[in-house]
Design a protein around this ligand. Structure first.
Ligand code: IPM
Ligand code: MN
Length: 354
């Protein structure tokens, strides 16, 4: 019997509603598989907690979380707390504190999912973006000089360490080799003459260890165009923190929308727990109305199962999502349906089979 301890930080806005459905699916897996057991512990951290306690989560939060096998996160952010506080003090703190340096984001158009692109076959949108998740443009390094004065200056550094670049690029090469797929690096060395020249150089250096992996290297502006025009160019993509952030929202737009976009924040060495989340925000405008689409949160449960080594269940969860989309009967409003968040969760659980 495998028991997994999962810390649930449902967070703000629609976070709790969508997490509930992901947990429902995990409970269903438990019912169908006598070898698997999940223990959930919920933590009430987030913006409401902040307004009451003056901090987004307690000082020893990482210590508490370190006991868990995984973290399941809903969404963070709510009007009344500035975004740079709410996000730096939970989401980014966990990603960085637990060295979750890989952010895996599938951009895969499932059967039945809407796609705004013309003349694109479903199979053409099928990539996995490996976003650097610990440093780069999001390192939080910089300074703010002479605030409010005429000579005010702000500097935001991009931090690209050799170790940081090598590990994410190597991870992507390994993945491409394992899955026998093409690997594309996305950077911007023509303008970012230090960071991205370095990135490209490391992409080449590591590539020498993987002569069997076919590669491309694109500038991020051109890559954005190809995401829309010729998404079939991309299979495994590796890119920096900021570019990965932007490209995966674009990716979500071509693969069914934010309601279907999931992400896994991984510490591949498993020294710390990894974190699984829908990548959409907290959508305060529809919070509590049962309108939020839980499929992204459920997809991230599929990623969690993959990471635990139960890929059969990872595939099964994705297949259930795909069947639901293809049947087009039980969907939330964003996908043209009239069902509630909970009804969609129930339906996925009911479709689940090993
Ligand atoms: C994401 C989010 C975060 C990020 C923000 C909220 C800090 O946009 O997970 O994509 O940029 O990493
Ligand atoms: Mn984002």
């Amino acid at each position: 019997m495998n028991t997994y301890k999962i810390a649930v930080i449902a967070g703000d806005g629609v976070g709790p509603e969508v997490c509930r459905e992901g947990m429902k699916v995990l409970r269903q897996i438990e019912k169908l598989d006598a070898d698997l057991h999940f223990e959930f512990q919920e933590f009430p951290w987030g913006c409401e907690y902040y307004l009451e306690h003056g901090e987004m989560m307690p000082q020893d939060a990482l210590e508490i979380l370190s006991e868990f096998d995984a973290i399941y996160l809903g969404a963070i952010g709510f009007p009344g707390v500035p975004d740079h506080i709410s996000l730096w003090d939970i989401l980014l703190k966990i990603r960085k504190g637990f060295d979750q340096y890989i952010n895996l984001r599938p951009v895969k158009l499932l059967k039945g999912a809407p796609c705004p692109l013309k003349d694109v076959k479903r199979e053409d949108v099928d990539m996995l973006v490996v976003r650097e998740n610990s440093e780069g443009e999001y390192a939080g390094s910089g300074s703010w000089l002479y605030p409010g004065k005429p000579n005010e200056v702000v500097i935001q550094d991009g931090v690209f360490s050799r170790v940081g670049c090598e590990r994410v690029i190597r991870y992507a090469y390994e993945l491409a080799r394992k899955e026998n797929k093409r690997l594309t690096s996305i950077s911007k060395a023509n303008a970012l003459n230090y960071s991205m020249v370095f990135w490209d150089q490391i992409f080449q250096e590591i590539g020498a260890e993987y002569p069997d992996v076919e590669t491309d290297s694109y500038l991020v502006d051109a890559a954005s165009m190809f995401f829309v025009k010729e998404p079939q160019r991309f299979q495994i993509v590796v890119t920096s923190n900021l570019f990965g952030d932007i490209l995966t929202d674009l990716g979500a737009a071509i693969a069914g929308g934010m309601g279907l976009a999931a992400g896994a924040n991984l510490n591949p060495e498993r020294k710390f727990p990894s974190m699984f989340e829908p990548i959409h925000g907290s959508a305060p405008d529809i919070a509590g109305l049962g309108k939020a689409n839980p499929l992204a949160a459920i997809w991230s449960v599929s990623q969690m199962m993959d990471f635990f080594g139960h890929e059969d269940w990872g595939r099964a969860v994705l297949a259930a999502i795909e069947q639901l989309l293809a049947e087009k009967k039980i969907l939330t409003e964003d996908l043209g349906g009239t069902s509630t968040t909970a009804e969609v969760g129930d339906a996925v659980a009911a479709l689940l089979k090993k």
